[in-house]
Ligand binder design. Sequence first.
Ligand SMILES: [Fe+2]
Length: 257
Amino acid sequence: MFNVSALPAFSDNYIWMLEGDNSQVVVVDPGDAQVVIDALERNNKALVAIFVTHHHSDHTGGVAQLTEKYGVQVYGPSDSSFKGITIGLKDGDTIEELNSTFCIKAVPGHTLDHICYFYNDQIQPKIFCGDSLFLAGCGRVFEGSMRQMLDAMSYFKQLPVSTQLYCTHEYSLANLAFAQAVEPENKQIEQKIEQCKKLRAAGLPTLPSLIESELQINPFLRTNHKVVKQSALDFAQQPLTCELEIFSAIRTWKNNF
Ligand SMILES: [Fe+2]
C-alpha cells in the first residue's frame, strides 16, 4: 500500500509521488528532476524507482538527472524511443514496488509506446495513465490510430468503477467545457465543472478522478450513447456508421475546440 501526492511541474503537469513504507518513494513521469529532488529532501524520502508511461519529454526530461543522483531503476515501455529505461515493460507484465503489484497495460494511441500502471487493489485500485485518459478527456492521437485509442477507451471502461485515475495533466476544466458542448444536458458534467472550479480556485488538483465518474462525463468513453452519437453526426455532417467513426469525429472536433 502507498499514498499518492501530486508534484506540480511546468504549467499543467503533475508528477505523481507514491510513498510506501520506510520512506520509500516512486515517481511517475518525472519531466522535471528538480521538482522531485526538492520534494524528496523536504519530506526526507528515498527514491527507489521511476515509472515512465511514454517517451514525451515533459514525462521523461528529469529521468537522467534523477538516475545519476539516486541510481534507481527506470521502468517504461520496452519499445520506447526514450533511451533512459532500464527495465522494459510490455502488455501483461507485472512489477513489484513499494510492496505493491502493478499490472502493465499497453494503450497505444497518444504515442505508440504508451503504457499504464494499474494497481489492482481490492479496496482502492489506482491507475497511472499518463496522457491516455484524462478527466473528461483523452490524449491527442499523435502516433497511433483512432482504432488503437478507442481500444484503450474500451480497456478503461472495464476497470473497476472505484479505480482512481491519475493522469498527468491538469486539463480538466478545458475538457469539461468540451464535454458540455457534446452533451449540453448532462447534469453530471455541470456538477463536475462546479466541483473542479472550486478545487482550482483553492489551488488544488482536480485529480485523481474515478472511473465511475468518467463513465458519466467523459465523451470519449460515451461514444455509444445517443446524445454523443448525435453530436458527432452534427459535427461531421456526414453519416457515421460505427463507434470508431463516432469516436474519430469527437476526437477531431476536440482537436479544434
Ligand atoms: Fe504526452
